[in-house]
Design a protein around this ligand. Structure first.
Ligand code: FMN
Length: 318
């Protein structure tokens, strides 16, 4: 059983459910829907500290937030403690309540620079990054990491994070070399939870009540959901036994609306294609519609197509 109201520093959660950071995926629309359905917060896509330091426009776009976000969390990545220390003081980060540090990303272009999960092989450097952030700001600093880079050192790493002043940690229990394959090893989460006093958030393979209950057995303080929320943000309401008060089509329309308030139509139509395919996952009769969605260039035409086919895609009662 999950003890509710997890505290991350001075920030208090309600449901102990979180939408995972997912680069190019966790956009303002998905974040809005996840929180609408019961997630306490949604972590931003990972944001490069160098991009912030050198004022890259694309990097700054990732700092946009939605008014539904009562707890705002930004995730930073990089490998230079001095840059972290400087950036956490930037006024553009003032609105965030928690700063998370990415020490788990497995992507080749990230680890080749010594960022993300590569930091799990260099505990002194990882520690000085956390300490630099803790010194640089009064906000709670959290760290998200994996089981390890090539070998499992999650417990040692978790203890180091706690010692360095992290207010909470998130563990996705796969090695860097495993990327997203195989099964997340929940024994590692259990070991990490037993090794530290700060809150531990579990991430990996929660897609329904059954997997959620398995995750809870590890003793975690909160559960983070990533891929299980793609095209399925209502998973949070399902786990909380709450009413799902939007149809799939209403979710899609809201997702578009929020993105359009922040980005131009050309970007939104292309970016939303992958989300629409996720929303259509599992629908019968969707093959032809999926194909058309990837070719249509106007949002109103995508909506018309989905409206016309709503009943055959999702049925009368969703
Ligand atoms: C497309 C994609 C992008 C991701 N990007 C990030 C990221 O920017 N930062 C991060 O810490 N984790 C990232 N992750 C990892 C997730 O946050 C999560 O830990 C992992 O997917 C396991 O959880 P899940 O099984 O619920 O998806 C990403 C995962 C996916 C699938």
């Amino acid at each position: 059983m999950l003890k509710l109201n997890m505290e991350i520093g001075n920030i208090i959660c309600k449901n102990n459910l979180i939408l995972a950071p997912m680069a190019s995926v966790t956009d303002l629309g998905l974040k809005h829907l996840a929180i609408h359905f019961g997630a306490d917060f949604a972590v931003s896509e990972m944001v490069s500290v160098k991009g912030l330091k050198y004022k890259s426009k694309n990097t700054y776009d990732l700092l946009k937030t939605d008014e539904i976000e009562k707890i705002k969390v930004v995730q930073l990545f990089g490998n230079d403690p001095e840059v972290f220390k400087e950036v956490v003081k930037f006024k553009e980060l003032d609105k965030f309540d928690i700063i998370d540090i990415n020490m788990g990303c497995p992507a080749p272009k990230v680890v080749k620079n010594g960022d993300g999960s590569k930091l799990m092989e260099n505990l002194p450097l990882a520690k000085s990054i956390i300490e630099a952030c803790v010194k640089g700001t009064n906000k709670p600093i959290t760290v998200k990491f994996r089981a390890g880079y090539e070998k499992n050192n999650a417990v040692e790493f978790a203890k180091m994070c706690e010692e360095a002043g992290a207010s909470a940690i998130t563990i996705h229990p796969r090695l860097r070399s495993e990327f997203y394959s195989g099964k997340a090893n929940y024994d590692i989460i259990r070991e990490v939870k037993g090794a530290v006093k700060i809150p531990v958030i579990g991430s990996g393979d929660v897609v329904d009540k059954e997997s959620y209950n398995e995750m809870l057995k590890t003793g975690v303080d909160a559960v983070m959901i990533g891929r299980g929320a793609l095209g399925n943000p209502e998973i949070f309401a399902k786990l909380l036994d709450k009413e799902i008060d939007l149809t799939k089509l209403e979710m899609i329309k809201l997702h578009y609306k929020i993105l359009l308030e922040n980005f131009n139509e050309n970007f939104v139509v292309k970016h939303m294609r992958k989300h629409i395919l996720w929303y259509l996952k599992g629908c019968k009769n969707a093959t032809e519609i999926k194909k058309q969605v990837t070719e249509i260039t106007k949002i109103e035409d995508v909506i018309k197509l989905l409206e016309k086919n709503e009943e055959c895609l999702w049925g009368k009662l969703q």
